[in-house]
Design a protein around this ligand. Structure first.
Ligand code: GRF
Length: 225
């Protein structure tokens, strides 16, 4: 049996997506090991999840670096010796430059709370409401130099109800995030999903622009992730 893939997870906040990964590994549906959790925020509440699971934690406080590229270089220096198969941005609220991304091309993925390419950046749920959109969701994608861009791997859709608020949407979309992030990570770790020629492939077939669509009906195919 091949050794479990090595994950490095980057967080800035609550870490509920980190917890979803820890939980999927514990349930045996995600075949990976989180070798380190790195945060730019020393106070990130999500660090408690890592510590409870005995995962080594590193803090690289961006406020100690005058330039974004210096922070990215320090981050790359921390990640390189960890021999990560995959770097997962799970609520990591720093924009990464090619200094970091270039060093790990095809091995960095991000989760974003919208149906990309709609609504990159912050306040996605309010933007959905302001635009009167009828559906929203979350997307996991390979990270490229542009913010919240890069080939999509998987997305999940939620309807927007007339009485929804930004916080009710955030709560509902979060539940979907906790499904699709472990799924995308598992696919990357097992080599089912790869980045090739700037395009995401699943089982050697190019994925559609928004990535594979996760739905409850298809959940069975995802083997209970
Ligand atoms: C998530 O909504 C994720 O999509 C976005 O940041 C948030 C992180 O939430 N990139 P958590 O810290 O995992 O709870």
């Amino acid at each position: 049996m091949s050794p479990a893939a090595r994950l490095v997870v980057l967080i800035s906040g609550n870490g509920s997506n980190l917890l979803a990964l820890i939980d999927a590994i514990a349930r045996g549906v995600l075949h990976a090991r989180i070798v380190s959790v790195i945060s730019n925020n020393p106070q990130a509440p999500g660090l408690a999840h890592a510590r409870s699971a005995a995962i080594p934690v590193q803090i690289i406080d961006h406020r100690n670096y005058a330039e974004r590229t210096h922070f990215d270089a320090a981050l790359a220096d921390a990640v390189t010796p960890l021999a990560a198969d995959l770097v997962v941005l799970a609520g990591f609220m720093r924009i990464l430059t090619p200094t970091f991304i270039g060093a790990f091309t095809g091995r960095v993925i991000n989760i974003h709370p919208s149906l990309l390419p709609r609504h990159p950046g912050l306040d996605t749920h309010q933007k959905v409401l302001d635009n009167g959109e009828r559906e929203t969701g979350a997307t996991v994608h390979f990270v490229s130099a542009e913010l919240d861009s890069g080939p999509a791997i998987v997305h999940a859709v939620s309807a927007v109800n007339t009485d929804d608020t930004a916080s009710s949407l955030a709560m509902r979309v979060k539940l979907l995030e906790h499904k699709i992030l472990p799924l995308a990570v598992e696919w990357c770790c097992t080599g089912r999903v790869v980045l090739r020629d700037d395009c995401a492939f699943l089982d050697d077939s190019p994925l559609p622009p928004g990535g594979w669509r996760y739905s409850q009906e298809q959940q069975a195919l995802a083997k209970d992730i």
